[in-house]
Design a protein around this ligand. Sequence first.
Ligand code: NAD
Ligand code: LMR
Length: 329
Amino acid sequence: MKKPVKVVVTGAAGQIGYSLLFRIGAGDMLGADQPIDLVMLERNAESSMKAAKGVKMELDDCAFPLLNSVYSTPDLTEAFRDANIALLVGARPRTKDMNRSDLLNANAQIFIQQGRAINEVADRNVKVLVVGNPANTNAYIARKCAPDINPKNFTAMMRLDHNRSLTQLAQKTDCRVTDIEKFCVWGNHGNTMFPDVTNTLICGKQADTLFDQQWYLDYFVPTVATRGSAIIEARGHSSAASAANAAIDHIRDWCLGSGDKWQTMAVPSNGEYGIPEGLCFGMPVTCNNGDYEVVKSLELTEFQKEFIKKNVEALETERKVVDEIIANS
Ligand code: NAD
Ligand code: LMR
């Protein structure tokens, strides 16, 4: 038997938590031979802890062989101590009339406190995925508040945007999602995100020969970028099962590898492609040996540079706001 991995899920009693925890327990994230010590971190409020207790009861009732232990706590130090993987989901979701960036002030404190706790007590190689919105900037906050952990380990989720795009492309070209290679979504998990088909092959053919530019610009890009709002409009709640699925995909590939297949992860920039250092930016990555690497040496066109610039501007604006919040906290 392998040694158990400690996985912390915040916001465990929320919508995404309810879809995520059971798949983690079933082995979808770390494989069918990896035992897990699962910690559910919830808000320190009676209703939240009570709901988390109910979810734990259901996890118990699944008798998942891989769940070595499960407990819920509102205590950051207890939750993150020696954590190997942290999925930071718990945060307020937006409602119909809001942009994701409107959540900045509501959610920043959560990621300041969690970043600090991770810095103090988590395993030094902890892998962090931020899901709570605005995800890229919340990951930036947590990383800034954890100066003793490798910055590379703080990532944000843009895999949902990647997966959404794959299905749109597959449906348009009458192919399967697995026929699509070298696709990524650059930038911010926000309205400016850039689903980029410049290098994409679908069934071995250059993607942009399979549809016209008008479909790409007027339908595909806005459909992917506004999919979150469309789901809120339709369901009355923000995406949950698809978000949990994307979180599973993100961590699974990071831990178990994606070979030479491109995936999208939002990761701290080291200045790649002119993206200012430190911004947590969606980029094409490959994952191997428990690590990810940004795809290098792409020649960017003016078209790509223009889209990337819009995302840099959006994230720089958020960075200014949160740098001040962090300094005053
Ligand atoms: P939800 O309201 O159903 O659940 C959030 C949970 O977090 C609640 O149980 C709440 O009690 C808990 N929580 C709040 N503050 C906490 C804290 N300080 N510590 C621990 N737990 C805390 O929301 P949801 O639908 O599960 O969404 C969670 C977040 O994920 C939202 O910000 C949402 O916008 C975001 N989201 C991101 C993506 C993405 O692609 N990045 C996709 C979907 C949703
Ligand atoms: C999504 O993309 O579905 C999430 O970020 C939720 C939202 O607010 O759009």
